[in-house]
Design a protein around this ligand. Structure first.
Ligand code: SF4
Ligand code: SF4
Ligand code: SF4
Length: 373
């Protein structure tokens, strides 16, 4: 039996109707003549997909296709499992940034000692019900400083907001990469090693909930940690869920802001986790703000154009330019997003093409506008 057959069985791609809705929905197919999810599925069914087929690395795993597929085929999951087999036989995608991020992921599986909480300027605790999982922000801040896209301020602002609503969380030097990118780069073994370390760390801390300021960490814990390790014994919460709850309880209010903004749904928070309303409720609760939706929003939103720090190409830039143009067409000066990576990728293109539109993380906006009693 070839290695593709079990993946076809597991993901039920044999239900494919050959309708082409996936290819018609795909942002990569829109800018590339050679990439078609329909053809990848077809080849896997009839011609036995070759593991060295380069097209398997071009997918952004954004789930725009699977959201619309009439046969409910989960194409991102199908491609993830194929990548895992390809990686085992020595085929892999082209890492962005000379593989710096992949090297950091691999280092995190070893016995390393990090000083990763020196950014802390708020109240934290060694014993708390809440663990703040900071994720890659401390590394991003160094790597992307030259494109003005560091994101450690997002960690400071998350802590500030948690303190504001009365939470003094645990933050830890022992935290490891969540494994999201290893998972989607086709390195399941590395993902499992990282996940095991994080689960053990959080369980030993005694925390009952883990708060994320990153959709990828959130979705990876919520969906894939549970899938591979069972009941986590702690709750997984994205900061936008917590903030929108606090606004409804009148525990958080905002100073007015005279600005027009739009919102980019991150794929992991939107299509994959179904969180569309909370960020919009937060934005709309800021007095004076004008919120205009992009034409393609919520389930129809388009990915920020790069995924898991691999295969960033001219296609990524074309997708980003198109998306930022769509954002500008709303009359907004700022694209708000709930994902540090969306902000980095957009900033990369905004800087490279000297675009007028700006991007900002939602939690930064919230921290700037929050009323401090
Ligand atoms: S949308 Fe679904 S059914 Fe249609 S071609 Fe794509 S995978 Fe097949
Ligand atoms: S997951 Fe996104 S990038 Fe990949 S085939 Fe589907 S629509 Fe295209
Ligand atoms: S778009 Fe993202 S992955 Fe591509 S070069 Fe810019 S920062 Fe790197």
């Amino acid at each position: 039996m070839n290695v593709i057959d079990p993946i076809v069985q597991k993901t039920k791609t044999y239900f494919c109707l050959d309708c082409g809705v996936c290819t018609g929905s795909c942002p990569v197919s829109r800018v590339s003549d050679t990439f078609s999810p329909r053809l990848i599925v077809e080849r896997s069914l009839y011609e036995l997909e070759k593991l060295n087929d380069e097209t398997i690395w071009a997918c952004l795993t954004c789930a725009r296709c699977s959201e619309r597929c009439p046969a409910s085929i989960n194409f991102p999951e199908f491609i993830r499992l194929i990548r895992d087999e390809a990686q085992k036989t020595g085929f892999h995608g082209v890492p962005a940034h000379n593989g710096m991020l992949q090297t950091i992921m691999a280092m995190h599986s070893k016995e390393i000692h990090q000083n990763r909480i020196s950014w802390v300027d708020g109240k934290v605790s060694e014993h708390s019900d809440t663990f703040y999982f900071v994720g890659c922000r401390p590394y991003f801040d160094v790597i992307f400083r030259d494109i003005k896209a560091g994101s450690i301020q997002g960690a400071r602002n998350t802590l500030r907001l948690l303190n504001l609503v009365g939470v003094e969380p645990i933050v830890s030097n022992e935290e490891r990469c969540c494994g999201h990118d290893a998972l989607w780069n086709g390195n399941l073994d590395l993902f499992k090693t990282l996940a095991r370390r994080n689960i053990d760390l959080i369980r030993s801390s005694g925390a009952r909930q883990v708060v994320f300021s990153c959709p990828e960490g959130y979705h990876t814990f919520k969906h894939y940690y549970s899938q591979y390790f069972g009941d986590l014994e702690f709750e997984v919460v994205h900061i936008v869920e917590l903030l929108s709850r606090k606004i409804k309880e009148n525990s958080l209010s905002f100073n007015p802001l005279d600005e027009t903004v739009t919102y980019q749904d991150p794929c992991r928070l939107g299509r994959m986790a179904g969180i569309y309303d909370a960020p919009r409720e937060i934005i709309r609760s800021i007095p004076g703000i004008t919120f205009n939706e992009m034409e393609r929003n919520r389930e129809n939103a388009v990915c920020c154009g790069a995924s898991a720090w691999q295969s960033c190409s001219g296609y990524s830039k074309a997708i980003q330019l198109d998306r930022l143009k769509e954002a500008g067409a709303t009359g907004a000066g700022t694209v708000i997003t709930s994902c540090p990576k969306c902000a980095i990728h957009f900033n990369c293109t905004i800087n490279a093409f000297e675009l007028e539109v700006r991007t900002k993380e939602l939690l930064d906006l919230v921290a700037e506008q929050a009323v401090i009693p």
